[in-house]
Write a protein that binds this ligand. Structure first.
Ligand code: CTP
Length: 402
């Protein structure tokens, strides 16, 4: 389950060209299960129409401290009671100055003053305004009071000038928010590559060979790593799941495509977890046209797919983790794969147990390590819990190594 699920998030949109990027932030957060309420300043509404945010959030956008048709009680007082976090993105020099000095002269600045919840600001402004001492000392004030600032990036600004002041990318802002809401950041800044889901091997343009993998274990690992501060790349075969907000997502179909993407990314990673259920075989010569009924019954000739994981060791120094889905002689087979694929760890799970393995919400298994007799057993629990447990166990193993 995403850390954003059920969270009440207030997004303040102020008057910067970067307001359009706030739409993507809303999209990522609502898809991840958050309830997002948007407040726009008057200048914010000049950049993007409130109707856009209303459509994206399914809620009225609030713009007025004293609406023409007042509701019972002030909106910001209601909001203050239910909120988990406030983000202001884009945040102009003006809203930063008002927050620093406790000025409350519109709905957003009043709400910021009235709500005692964590706050995150993503500044966006002209590079001279950003560099101005007034802005920098205002930022220092709000930072010192506990606000998180997602620094702007260097690049071309709306004025076409090049400098610092361009709002950080929505993905970066969402990941900073995740960190703010999340727990321990023991994977902070680490590059983690995870594969997930099945692969599809074409028979003809409309048919394929595949397996029952749902992708749930791999996606849970990606979400858990993101929550712990990692920079996650998720390479996935076709699934019905929404990629966790904030990861770099690469969709693939065949084992060959997955191999190409994994090999391209592998050299830069610190941890690689191959949770994908890669099809071992593909059709030797897929038909380019749909196979029609009527002729002779086709015979499908298979050929082996590359073993993606086995080929990785020479390419990368990353800590390599495989999955072994076994029916019998689980321990023996898993340890053999650990050795033969030159892995650092392998998670043994079972294909023939109720409530675990493919396409289930829960899982159970044992994690084995290359250089340690220690093994970590996992009783039946949610894939999210297993994912966090695996990441914790990897951390412990790395500590043993050093
Ligand atoms: N794997 C891979 N490329 C393949 C097959 C598997 O990278 N072509 C990875 C999986 O992602 C998983 C591990 O290797 O991490 C599983 O290995 P293995 O058990 O050898 O794959 P199986 O197909 O399950 O092997 P077998 O059916 O022989 O038990």
């Amino acid at each position: 389950m995403s850390i954003f699920k059920g969270k009440n998030i207030l997004l303040g949109v102020t008057g910067s060209i970067a307001a359009y990027k706030a739409c993507e932030i809303v999209r990522l957060l609502t898809k991840a299960g958050a309830r997002v309420q948007v407040i726009m300043t008057h200048s914010g509404t000049k950049m993007v129409g409130p109707a856009t945010f209303a459509a994206l959030t399914g809620r009225d956008v609030l713009t007025e401290l004293f609406p023409k048709e007042p509701k019972a009680g002030l909106e910001h007082i209601h909001l203050a009671e239910t909120l988990d976090v406030i983000i202001v993105a884009p945040a102009t020099a003006n809203i930063i100055a008002k927050t620093a000095h406790g000025i409350a002269d519109d709905l957003l600045s009043t709400t910021l003053l009235a709500c005692d919840v964590p706050k995150l600001f993503a500044p966006a402004m002209n590079f001279r305004m950003w560099r101005n001492e007034a802005t920098q000392s205002n930022l220092a004030i709000i930072r010192q009071r506990g606000a998180t600032i997602v620094d702007p990036e260097h690049g071309q600004l709306a004025s076409l000038a090049v400098g610092e002041g361009r709002m950080a990318e929505p993905k970066t802002i969402v990941n900073a928010l995740r960190k703010l809401l999340g727990g321990e950041q023991d994977y902070e800044g680490q590059r983690v590559l995870i594969t997930a889901g099945p692969t599809r091997e074409p028979i003809d343009p409309v048919r394929f060979l595949s397996n029952r993998s749902s992708g749930k274990m791999g996606y849970a690992l990606a979400a858990a790593a993101l929550e712990r501060g990692a920079r996650v790349t998720l390479i996935s075969g076709p699934t019905a799941l929404e990629p966790p907000a904030g990861c770099d997502f690469i969709a693939v179909e065949t084992a060959e495509e997955m191999e190409k993407q994994v090999r391209a990314k592998a050299p830069d990673q610190e941890l690689i977890i191959m949770a994908a259920a890669v099809a071992d075989f593909r059709i030797a010569r897929p038909e380019t046209r749909k196979i029609k009924r009527g002729g002779s019954t086709p015979v499908l000739k298979l050929e082996p797919n590359p073993d993606i994981l086995k080929g990785l060791r020479p390419l990368t120094d990353a800590y390599l983790v495989g999955f072994a889905l076994e029916v019998e002689k689980g321990r023996e087979n898993a340890l053999k794969k650990l050795r033969e694929k030159q892995l650092d760890a392998i998670f043994l799970n079972y294909a023939d147990r109720a409530d675990s393995g493919f396409d289930k919400e829960t899982n159970e298994g044992i994690l084995f390590f290359k250089d340690s007799e220690e093994e970590v057993p996992f009783t039946l629990q949610s894939k999210k819990e297993i994912a966090h447990g695996i990441l914790t166990a990897i951390r412990e193993d790395l500590k043993r190594e050093t």
